[in-house]
Design a protein around this ligand. Structure first.
Ligand code: ADP
Ligand code: MG
Length: 274
């Protein structure tokens, strides 16, 4: 794979303009290509800010983000290497699902030129194959409003992967779904990752989701956002719902819960002393 899927944070501090305290303070980590990394933590701890720094949508106040061996920002756009999906799958309502999935190929260089020249048919086949893989065969010509929330999120994962990015950034993509649909999507996500092996950075505040999907979990605390724990998850794959009720799985979930509870208790104490 080379190092194109590497993500490194060197001592990053980030403050939003006019904010009283930094959103992130001295954050360091190095993510290896092809791993499934989870950023887990309570609301407001800076998870989305980290994703935006990786994507180059924000610039660090201090420190550096290095993606694929080069500093973000210094390299111009690295959009071709990134796939993105968010909690709200924002499809364009007047385009078919297939055309929505192909959007990155129509706007991101160098795919954009290829799309217009010669590879339209090949790209279409690629998008159709992805839809089939996530259980949406035959839905390519439907409009977004004809699909359920879970189906839209599946399509949004296809869109994030259609240009075969090295890095997949996912910001609470399953957060708005009901429990059953969410658990189905975990399996879909796991299959997609096993087949392609992008470097994933998944943001979530769901404990079971973290343990189910991750090869590594970075636990964050807030004010300022910091990584307080960094844990490998070595359960065999593919993981299944049954395996998520085994003792080793539930004890990992329990220990994550404790880390967060302790971090919150420390914050409450700090607030009392003020
Ligand atoms: P998370 O994704 O973990 O919920 P965020 O990264 O969105 O957290 O936000 C981290 C902190 O920065 C929060 O305290 C939030 O209120 C603050 N923040 C986020 N976006 C902005 C912004 N545009 N301007 C000012 N503060 C912001
Ligand atoms: Mg967020």
């Amino acid at each position: 794979i080379g190092n194109s899927g590497d993500i490194k944070f060197k001592n990053i501090t980030f403050s939003y303009p006019e904010a009283q305290a930094p959103a992130l303070e001295r954050v360091n980590f190095a993510l290896k290509p092809g791993h499934f990394n989870v950023l887990f933590g309570p609301s407001g701890c800076g998870k989305s800010t980290i994703l935006k720094l990786v994507a180059g949508l924000l610039e660090p106040t201090a420190g550096a983000a290095i993606v694929g061996g080069r500093e973000v920002g210094a390299i111009g756009s690295h959009a071709k290497r990134l796939g993105l999906a968010f909690q709200n799958p924002t499809m364009l309502p007047w385009l078919s699902i297939l055309d929505n999935v192909m959007i990155p190929l129509k706007i991101v260089e160098p795919f954009r030129q290829d799309y217009r020249r010669k590879r339209k048919g090949e790209f279409r086949e690629r998008a159709e194959a992805l839809l089939e893989q996530v259980g949406l065969a035959g839905f390519g010509n439907k409009r977004p409003w004809q699909l359920s929330g879970g189906m839209l999120q599946r399509a949004s994962l296809c869109r994030a992967l259609v240009h075969e990015p090295d890095i997949l950034l996912l910001d609470e993509p399953f957060g708005a779904l009901d429990q059953f649909t969410r658990e189905e999507l975990w399996d879909t996500m796991q299959d997609l990752w096993i087949n392609r092996r992008p470097t994933v950075l998944l943001v979530t505040h769901d404990l079971r989701e973290s343990a189910y999907l991750a090869s590594r979990i970075c636990v964050m605390s807030s004010r300022p956002g910091r990584i307080i724990e960094d844990q490998r998850v070595t359960f065999a794959r593919p993981r299944t719902l049954e395996s998520s009720y085994q003792p080793d799985f539930t004890s990992l979930v329990q220990s994550l819960r404790m880390s967060i509870a302790e971090a919150r208790a420390r914050l409450i104490q700090m607030d009392r002393r003020r």
